[in-house]
Design a protein around this ligand. Structure first.
Ligand code: WTA
Length: 651
């Protein structure tokens, strides 16, 4: 059951311990191990009471809630009967409480243009855009797709949706027209918000053009709002398309936030699962908002004066919870950067950190591996002394990369928070609390207050110390997903059917003798490429939709920078294997899903290894793709000669 091929090899014997720096702990919210233990224990003893108190204190209520948790497994309702608004909590609250002059967003575009918005500015712009959407008839409960570059307007669009009760579905701006259409249709989106183009490594990516192609296949979409970011020529469909700047120019800067039921959907975010279709993960208003706020404050130990930079794109959950809802609820000053980390050169991030005096920095291990490869010179030419905390998310970080981050970026004085969580969990579930918990490189350390992880075997029984097993969560928490958009069966099946009474995360994990958790990779066929989740079946479906492909199997193989790369094995109908066809298939996957899913290796074969019952033997293909000796059990293999052939075909 447990994957002994991947990360675990690297982290099994890691025993270094890095206590929190004394200067950090002295001023931290949770300053000692004892304080953490007490807080965690208090929450574990009575999670409902714990969240009830926080719910009352931390959110603004138009109407107070009457019941903290209604739990009809697997359906949770938090803060029942209450009315709040996530945009109000993120923006109005600060302005109304005298913090309107505080900087909310420091934005830097890829070409070097800069803008700064205070919380008061943000309020005005959100209100104008909210009114603009209303003028098009968009309102409570309507779904709105957002396909935009990392500009302030992306955050403004999300917050404006929250303000009027529209449900946003942000689609990462690297996805294809096909992928956009699929998401528009699944959500029944009424509008799409996009930009003419986005800057990426000095080139303009034509976002509007891609959306135009998607809209041909998106019958529910009535309106398309377009931000003029790059000044690219675009095609225009009158009546359907509207310029952002024209709409807001005419819109009033006043727009009261709509009181929303605690459980009103806030957003849908599509993510890959182990079957073909992406899952629309549904998050609701009050519980998600509270969890994003508190987890942000606990994990990043945010305080006034910090300049916080999360490098994630709003197209992923990290951008939702830790670029927008968490930090804005906490009144943080957030840096947002539009472009690539190596444009115009490989020191761009460190240049930004130095110029804007960033104090809290949150990025992904895949980025750290790229920085290591690009060399220390790019780091050393900058003064990074403003940094006081570093974080990672998206995949495990191996101890070597962790040490580099610690020494080269953190100057051995910044705690590193390795945060484990998922689109489904809404916020960080496990992480060192930076003032309290000594870190171990490669471990996400301990659960947050109110989170009760249990590692179980396939019978659902808790496993002992250092025994790997499935990671589950024993008690509902406010940030948890509330379902899969339009697919209740799948929600029950994926997360709640294998281990009764507990949320099944889909990751393997191990808990060591000190109570530290170590994530050991997925239990399913989900790939993690550069910290992004991809479904093997989604890639296979894309490949077999090509007229020359008979059958395809996609697996992950270790990759120096991406963590995992996509390797596919393809059997053809009539065509002969060729480099041209290989290239055509790569382009085909790009078109069907997006550049992030493009296979790194394509191997042609005349058959795929299968069990006698016809199941593709992925474990075996994984070993072959990784160039490893076969360790998997091959006794059920139907035709052994296939293996020999696959090995011969290695590139
Ligand atoms: C993986 C990203 C190890 C894990 C927030 C999880 C991690 C999936 C870590 C969720 C970490 C995320 N250590 N693995 N610190 N963080 N993962 O939904 O497999 O894009 O299930 O959410 O990424 O990916 P998602």
């Amino acid at each position: 059951m447990v994957d002994h091929h991947g990360q675990i090899d690297n982290v099994m014997h890691e025993s270094r311990l890095f206590p929190p720096p004394a200067e950090f702990s002295q001023q931290a919210r949770i300053p000692t191990r004892e304080a953490y233990d007490q807080l965690w224990q208090r929450a574990a003893d009575d999670p409902v009471k714990f969240w009830e108190e926080l719910g009352r204190e931390e959110l603004h209520w138009f109407e107070p809630f009457t019941k903290t948790l209604e739990w009809n497994e697997p359906y949770a309702e938090w803060f029942v009967g209450g009315k709040t608004n996530a945009c109000y909590n993120c923006v109005d609250k600060h302005v109304n409480e005298g913090r309107g002059g505080r900087t909310a967003i420091i934005w830097e575009g890829e070409p070097g243009d800069q803008r700064t918005l205070t919380y008061s500015d943000l309020l005005e712009q959100v209100c104008r855009f909210a009114n603009a959407m209303k003028s098009l008839g968009i309102g409570k409960g309507d779904r709105v797709s957002i396909y935009m570059p990392m500009t302030p307007e992306l955050a403004i669009a999300m917050l404006a949706c929250a303000r009027i009760g529209a449900v946003h579905s942000v689609i990462f701006a690297g996805f294809s027209a096909e992928a956009i259409a699929e998401r528009n249709n699944d959500a029944g989106a009424k509008a799409v918000i996009t930009a003419d183009a986005a800057w990426r490594r000095g080139k303009a990516l034509p976002l509007k053009h891609t959306v135009d192609q998607a809209l041909v296949k998106s019958p529910t979409v009535e309106h398309c709002i377009v931000l003029d970011r790059v000044n690219e020529a675009v095609e225009w469909k009158h009546g359907r398309d509207h310029w952002w700047h024209e709409l807001v120019r005419e819109a009033s800067p006043e727009c009261p936030a709509e009181p929303m039921d605690s459980e009103a959907p806030l957003f849908i975010l599509y993510t890959s699962g182990s079957t073909g279709k992406p899952k629309g993960i549904k998050h609701t208003t009050a519980g998600y908002n509270l969890y994003a706020k508190k987890s942000f404050e606990w994990v990043f130990d945010h305080r006034e004066g910090d300049v916080y930079w999360c490098t994630a794109d709003c197209g992923w959950i990290t951008g939702h919870s830790y670029v927008v809802y968490g930090p804005f609820s906490a009144g943080a000053t957030c840096l947002m950067y539009e472009g690539a980390p190596n444009h115009p050169s490989e020191d761009r991030f460190w240049d930004i950190v130095e110029r804007h005096k960033v104090t809290l920095f949150y990025t992904a291990p895949t980025a750290i591996r790229a920085f290591i490869k690009w060399g220390n010179d790019h780091v050393q030419m900058h003064d990074l002394s403003s940094l006081r905390l570093l974080g990672t998310v998206g995949e495990g970080i191996n101890p070597q990369a962790w040490m580099w981050y610690h020494e080269m970026i953190g100057d051995e004085k910044c705690p590193i928070v390795d945060t484990w969580w998922q689109t489904e969990t809404g916020g960080i579930m496990m992480s060192p609390l930076p003032g309290a918990i000594a870190t171990k490189p490669g471990s996400c350390c301990v659960p947050l207050p109110g989170i009760l992880p249990v590692i179980v075997d396939e019978d659902g029984d808790e496993v002992g110390v250092d025994k790997g097993g499935w990671l589950t969560i024993a008690h509902p928490w406010p940030g948890m997903l509330r379902g899969i958009w339009g697919d209740e069966d799948r929600y029950q099946e994926v997360y709640w059917s294998k281990v009764p009474g507990k949320y099944l995360a889909g990751d393997n994990a191990r808990r060591d003798g000190d109570g530290y958790y170590w994530i050991m990779g997925r239990i399913d066929d989900v790939l993690n490429v550069s910290g992004h989740r991809l479904s093997t079946i989604e890639i296979e479906s894309a490949l077999v939709s090509h007229p020359e492909v008979a059958e395809a199997a996609a697996v992950g193989r270790p990759h120096e920078l991406k963590g995992e790369a996509v390797a596919v094995f393809v059997t053809l109908k009539n065509a002969k294997p060729s480099d041209e066809l290989r290239e055509a298939l790569k382009q085909h996957v790009r078109k069907e899903i997006g550049a992030l899913a493009q296979p790194d290796d394509i191997r042609f074969t005349n058959a795929l290894p299968k069990t006698r019952s016809g199941k593709i033997m992925r474990r075996l293909l994984k070993d072959i793709a990784a160039g490893k000796e076969m360790v998997g059990d091959t006794t059920t293999l139907e035709d052994y000669s296939i293996i020999a052939h696959l090995r011969d075909d290695e590139e």
